[in-house]
Design a binder for this molecule. Structure first.
Ligand code: NI
Length: 254
């Protein structure tokens, strides 16, 4: 079976057929799914999904692009949600400098606050980092993130940067980009990283793999990602599924 480590099934892209799609997961080999959250609203929606589907778990956290309005009250609400039995990580948290807003100092403040929250509640972190390689690593080192553990979701940096996170014991999240024509950098990272530190994800509804690039993504397309990793690592798709599933169970302590 495949363990989907990062999808957003609360997204409105699934409003028309969410139940039908999620009900078809198990029969298509997708055994477990972690629904990643990005805001208070998506946490609430994700908790509903967890209650409805035994195979869905959730993260708890506010995405850097959604942290402009965050305050201490929201942080304490998030912390309370972390005690739910199907809450398996704090995330997605981090830094995103692709757009100018929210300001960098605001993003950094809530990234640090949520790293501290993860340490307090003893959950791993799911890191979102885009165009912010140096600041992300600096903060994680300063906060001793190696003691917290987690996953760098949708890894988009170089082999050198991957080495830093692998040495801290982090997992590297690999998705549809690995099948893209311009996904060479990620293929190099996958070649370099030990298979024991790779987990697979879609980031649905985004980043559908080839041959569906540009379409709505879902966990049902994960076999394309598995196949590509198998090719790079010289393993069979079954081996990749087994190893990455056991990695994901270690990551999320399920
Ligand atoms: Ni995501």
């Amino acid at each position: 079976m495949i363990f989907e480590t990062h999808a957003h099934y609360d997204d409105e892209a699934f409003d028309t057929d969410r139940d039908e799609l999620l009900s078809s997961m198990n029969e298509n080999g997708i055994g477990l799914i972690v629904n990643a959250t990005a805001s208070k609203k998506t946490v609430e929606q994700s908790l509903e999904l967890c209650k409805k589907y035994p195979f869905i778990y959730t993260t708890i956290g506010v995405h850097p692009s959604d942290c402009a309005e965050m305050d201490e009250e929201e942080l304490s609400w998030l912390k309370n949600q972390c005690s739910y039995e199907k809450a398996v990580a704090v995330g997605e948290i981090g830094l995103d400098y692709h757009y100018d807003e929210p300001p960098k100092d605001v993003q950094k403040k809530w990234f640090e606050a949520q790293l501290q929250m993860a340490r307090d509640v003893k959950l791993p972190v799911i890191i979102h980092s885009r165009d912010a390689a140096k600041d992300t690593l600096d903060i994680m080192k300063a906060m001793k993130a190696e003691e917290i553990g987690g996953d760098i979701h949708c890894f988009s940096y170089s082999v050198e940067m991957a080495r830093e996170y692998l040495n801290m014991g982090f997992f590297i999240g690999v998705g549809g980009v690995i099948t893209f024509k311009n996904g060479k950098k990620l293929r190099e990272v996958v070649e370099y990283a030990p298979i024991e530190q790779i987990v697979i994800e879609t980031d649905s509804p985004y980043l559908a793999p080839e041959p569906y690039r540009g379409k709505r993504n879902s966990s049902l397309y994960l076999p394309y990602v598995v196949e590509k990793i198998a090719e790079i690592k010289g393993l069979t798709p079954d081996e990749v599924m087994d190893i990455t599933t056991s990695n994901a169970k270690r990551l999320y302590r399920i």
